[in-house]
Design a protein around this ligand. Structure first.
Ligand code: GRF
Length: 202
């Protein structure tokens, strides 16, 4: 079983997609869900599955950046998944878990990424660019926002989209397919970095 931690900040639909994916049931165990928001929807989903929730940040009962690496090591994790997590992961965590942290981004990187590019901001930028395709990207996490090597992408046609919200809806549907697919490939040891590229072997 692959031991996973999931980092979240919001409603948790990607977390739910992972938890409900039939092919992941025997492959992974989510041992903890971390969030910078103590009252997010994702925490309710985690708790309904009996998964431990941990709040990040400063203050009583929270895990500070300074303690995060030690905490994560104690879970003996095989993979960390950022699923709608809005903060940067501390650099010492990124270094220790090199190529073991993945993020889902709701656009086709390397376009429409970086600081401030989250949630509806991304889809508004895509809409205003008049792009005809958007999609979801799963990539390795490094010390910068949305810059790590791209592992997998799925496109959606947005040529007839009438609003950023409509793009968000279409992209979210493919996010829910793509993220579990990449986690499955990870659990099956099918992800490699070769020739400077991250690839999934079948
Ligand atoms: C998703 O669009 C994800 O790609 C982005 O934030 C959103 C989180 O949605 N980074 P949810 O919390 O998984 O529902």
């Amino acid at each position: 079983m692959l031991r996973l931690a999931v980092f979240v900040s919001g409603r948790g639909s990607n977390l739910k997609a992972i938890l409900e994916h039939p092919e992941l049931k025997n492959l992974i165990e989510i041992v903890a869900v971390f969030s910078d928001k103590s009252d997010c929807g994702a925490f309710q989903i985690a708790r309904s599955y009996g998964i431990e929730t941990r709040v990040l940040g400063k203050g009583e009962g929270r895990i500070s950046n300074e303690n995060l690496l030690e905490t994560l090591k104690n879970y003996k994790l095989n993979l960390i998944v950022l699923a709608g997590y809005l903060k940067l992961v501390p650099v010492e965590v990124v270094r220790e878990f090199e190529n073991l942290i993945i993020n889902i981004h709701p656009a086709l990187l390397p376009s429409f990424g970086g600081k401030g590019m989250y949630g509806i901001n991304v889809h508004t930028a895509v809409f205003n660019s008049s792009a005809k395709v958007s999609g979801a990207t799963v990539h390795f996490v490094d010390a910068e926002y949305d810059k790590g090597k791209i592992i997998a992408q799925k496109c959606v046609d947005i040529s007839d989209a009438k609003s950023p919200e409509e793009i968000a809806e279409r992209v979210l549907r493919v996010e829910h397919q793509l993220l579990p697919e990449v986690i499955k490939a990870f659990a099956e040891n099918r992800i490699f970095v070769e020739n400077n590229r991250a690839i999934i072997k079948s």
